[in-house]
Ligand binder design. Structure first.
Ligand code: TMP
Length: 236
C-alpha cells in the first residue's frame, strides 16, 4: 500500500490517495479546534488516541452489521478507508442535554432526554455549520428522502450499539456527531471518525467529562480525559 498525494486537509485529519483506486488513507493530527475554528490548540498524541478509539469502534460496529468506511488500522495515526463522497451533513445524536442543545432550549446539561434526539447541521465552515432540517436537505439536494431514512436508521442503531458498549466501560454516551459518505456504487455508509473529539463521554459514576469539552471549556487534563477513554476501551 503506497501513500500518494494529499487530497484534503481538515481540522483534525488529512486524507491521502493511495495506489489503490477505491482506498484512501486518513491521517489523524494532534490539532484541535473549537468554536468553529476560533479556538486553536494542540492535544498531545490526540491523533494516536483518536485513531485507536475510532478504529476499535468502527470494527466493533462492522461486527454488528453497520456498514462503515473502515478497512483497517495501518499505523499509530493512520487508517485505511474506503473512498466515499461525504454527504455534507453533520448528524447529531443526543441522549442527554448538553452543549448547544442546552443553550438553545434552556435545558440543564445532563438532563436525560425521554427519547433520542436526532439533528442535522449543514457541513459548511463558511456558514458555521448551521442547523438544517429534512425539508432543507431535500430542497437543497444534499440528500434524497431514501438517503435521509438510511442515515436516520443507521444513526439510531449506532446509538443503541454505542450506548451499550460505553455502558460496559462505565461511560454515559451523552451525545455524538456522525458523518456519512456515498460509495462510488451509491451506497450510504458511516464515515469520518468516532472519538472524544466528536462525542460527549461522561464517567457514569462521577460525571467527569472525558472528551473535547475539556479543551473547549479550558477545563485542563484534556489528554488525561482522552487517555482514560483509550485505557477503558483497550482493556475491554
Ligand atoms: P453541540 O452540542 O455543540 O451541538 O455538539 C453535539 C455533539 O456533536 C458533541 O458531542 C460534539 C459533536 N460535534 C462535532 O463533533 N462537530 C461539530 O461540528 C458539532 C457541531 C458537534
Amino acid at each position: 500500500m503506497q501513500k500518494l498525494e494529499m487530497l484534503y486537509e481538515g481540522k483534525a485529519k488529512r486524507v491521502y490517495k493511495t495506489d489503490v483506486d477505491q482506498e484512501y488513507i486518513v491521517d489523524y493530527k494532534d490539532d484541535a479546534t473549537a468554536l468553529n475554528g476560533l479556538k486553536k490548540g494542540t492535544i498531545t498524541d490526540k491523533g494516536i488516541m483518536n485513531n485507536t478509539i475510532s478504529s476499535i469502534l468502527f470494527e466493533m460496529l462492522e461486527g454488528k452489521g453497520i456498514k462503515t468506511h473502515f478497512i483497517k488500522k495501518l499505523s499509530d495515526r493512520e487508517m485505511l478507508v474506503k473512498k466515499v463522497t461525504i454527504v455534507p451533513l453533520e448528524v447529531l445524536v443526543r441522549n442527554y442535554a448538553a452543549g448547544s442543545l442546552s443553550k438553545r432550549y434552556g435545558i440543564p446539561e445532563g438532563t436525560k432526554m425521554d427519547n433520542t434526539i436526532l439533528e442535522f447541521c449543514y457541513k459548511n465552515d463558511e456558514l458555521g455549520d448551521p442547523f438544517i432540517n429534512e425539508y432543507h436537505i431535500r430542497a437543497m439536494k444534499l440528500a434524497e428522502e431514501k438517503d435521509i431514512r438510511t442515515i436516520e436508521n443507521a444513526a439510531l442503531r449506532i446509538n443503541e450499539i454505542l450506548i451499550a458498549f460505553m455502558k460496559e466501560i462505565g461511560i454515559d454516551l451523552v451525545d455524538f456527531k456522525l458523518e456519512f459518505g456515498r460509495t462510488p456504487e451509491g451506497e450510504i455508509i458511516l464515515a469520518d471518525e468516532i472519538s472524544p473529539d466528536t462525542c460527549r463521554l461522561w464517567d457514569a459514576e462521577t460525571h467527569e467529562k472525558l472528551d473535547k469539552d475539556r479543551f473547549r471549556r479550558d477545563m485542563g487534563k484534556v489528554e488525561e480525559g482522552y487517555m482514560e477513554v483509550v485505557r477503558r476501551i483497550c482493556e475491554k
